[in-house]
Design a protein around this ligand. Structure first.
Ligand SMILES: Cc1cc2nc3c(=O)[nH]c(=O)nc-3n(C[C@H](O)[C@H](O)[C@H](O)COP(=O)(O)OP(=O)(O)OC[C@H]3O[C@@H](n4cnc5c(N)ncnc54)[C@H](O)[C@@H]3O)c2cc1C
Length: 454
């Protein structure tokens, strides 16, 4: 079956909902396709059932944004994954029963957000090791106590936010390990001080950590996690020094990567960020991409935080409406303000990324370290395949199955490419294929037989 709408928005997070609500209010037929069963995305995740009754809404602004989209008449297809694109149509399927549908829209807005970066290290697959975002979800959405000796490590401002949320939720954090040196006086940190709202936010986290006596150890990285049934110890290092810490939970994350597979599949021109190596769609300030009528907004367009996602959602809505010939409902003054905010958010994101700049090239991994956890492929197998194939990434994938599992290389892709010594430009990475994620094949299969899953 083909669903028809004027605007198909993929992703029901802050960016997608903001754009969707504005476009529906302008009189357009809008569908938001969201793979999770809930709207809100990462920042505005919703609580449910007993947790909601006992603790109330998490970030009530999120509930208001969701209500605004629904009230505006947005058709919210939650529990639907957009996994393919052919002949100008999106392919989606419903998790509940695998029902596959096509979506035909005059405009497509990709607001698919980002993934956390969990660079592999020995022991990263042990129970008790997770990403900071995962720990945060347990602590504040599910209200589950994840441990009594938690170490939060990696790099980025998100670590402080997570550590202080865990402390506020009653958990005990032993230390925050920041691989870089952002919390010291420098030209860049002085520039960041001009952003008063951000400074206030940071100060709140720092005060919480100080009140609980949690040290922030800069320049330290996780080298190895060990334990039997669960992580028990973590070996950490700074230059030539190493130490061991007792833990029962270890959260490690190195920021976020854009979720750009669908954009790549659609054929949007992308580029690798020269610092992080992440693959971003190329877009203007309004989210217009190289493909006519395909737009991006939110973290897929730039890892700049929730305020930027909201701002980009508004700008994309303006561009989509204008390109569809809908008279603008935004005053010249409001547009000027939005663009001014855009510049400020972009500048702050650039300052932040240079403040948290670390050498992100993966550390040399011992041979037996699992790199692709979906297919249990070790660093040794990848090195051997790279040697045998003259560093051809696709051949490494074929020879080892690295990146062929359920995550399709989202977790391990950049590490596999780096170990394989492959070209790290957008063209040299694992290619995006249909279906971008595993899908349930339902009984009402109504698909074009020329489409094959890889
Ligand atoms: C794990 C994680 C935790 C985070 N926690 C915080 C936090 O606590 N505080 C903070 O300031 N920032 C946090 N961030 C950053 C935060 O994501 C952004 O600032 C903000 O939520 C970005 O909004 P967005 O709309 O661009 O993307 P998101 O909020 O990520 O929303 C994107 C939505 O698109 C959906 N989606 C993606 N692909 C598809 C598809 N193919 N089909 C259907 N649906 C799809 C996703 O399920 C998701 O709901 C977190 C990011 C991650 C990845």
């Amino acid at each position: 079956m083909t669903l028809h709408c004027e605007v198909a928005v993929v992703g029901g997070g802050p960016a997608g909902l903001t754009a969707g609500a504005l476009l529906a209010r302008a009189g357009l037929r809008v569908a938001v396709i969201e793979e999770r069963n809930d709207l809100g995305g990462q920042y505005f995740k919703q609580r449910h059932g007993g947790v909601l009754q006992k603790y109330g809404s998490f970030r009530p602004a999120g509930a208001s944004l969701i209500a605004a989209a629904i009230d505006a008449g947005v058709a919210c297809l939650t529990g639907h994954l957009a996994w393919g694109f052919q002949d100008g149509e999106l392919w989606i399927s419903r998790h509940a029963d695998g029902r596959i549908e096509r979506v035909q829209a005059a405009s497509i807005l990709l607001a698919t957000g980002a993934y956390e970066k969990a660079n592999p290290f020995p022991g990263w697959t042990l129970p008790g090791v997770c990403t900071p975002g995962c720990a945060l979800h347990f602590a504040v959405i599910d209200k589950v106590n994840i441990g009594r000796r938690v170490v939060v490590a990696g790099s980025g401002p998100f670590l402080l936010s997570v550590a202080s949320s865990l402390l506020n939720a009653g958990m005990s954090v032993t230390a925050v390990l920041e691989a870089g040196f952002p919390y010291r006086l420098s030209k860049t940190s002085l520039r960041a001080m001009r952003y008063i709202r951000r400074v206030r936010e940071m100060t709140t986290y720092l005060v919480t950590l100080r009140q609980h006596g949690v040290p922030i150890r800069q320049g330290w990285r996780v080298l190895e996690a060990t334990g039997g049934q669960r992580v028990r110890q973590v070996k950490i290092g700074r230059a030539a020094h190493t130490e061991e810490l007792d833990v029962d939970t270890l959260c490690v994350g190195y920021g976020f990567s854009p979720n750009s597979e669908l954009a790549q599949l659609i054929g949007v021109e992308c580029k690798a960020d020269p610092v992080s190596g992440d693959i971003f769609p190329i877009a203007d300030d309004y989210g217009r991409t190289s493909k006519p009528n395909v737009y991006v907004a939110g973290e897929i367009a730039g890892i700049e935080g929730v305020q930027s996602a909201l701002n980009l959602g508004r700008l994309a809505a303006i561009a989509i409406a204008e390109d569809l010939g809908i008279p603008s409902q935004t005053s010249a003054h409001s547009l000027k303000q939005l663009l001014k905010a855009r510049r400020a958010l972009k500048t702050f994101a650039a300052i932040s990324s240079s403040l948290y700049h670390i050498d992100s090239s993966p550390r040399p991994l011992p041979d037996q370290t699992i790199v692709c956890r979906c297919e249990s492929v070790t660093a040794e197998s990848i090195r051997k395949a790279a040697f045998d194939s003259d560093n051809d990434l696709q051949a490494v994938k074929g020879l080892t199955r690295a990146g062929m599992g359920p995550c399709q290389g989202r977790e391990c892709g950049s590490t596999v490419a780096a170990i394989a010594g492959a070209d790290l430009s957008a063209a040299g990475r694992f290619s995006s294929r249909m279906p971008t994620k595993p899908i349930l094949i339902g009984p009402e299969l109504d698909v074009d037989p020329t489409i094959h899953a890889h």
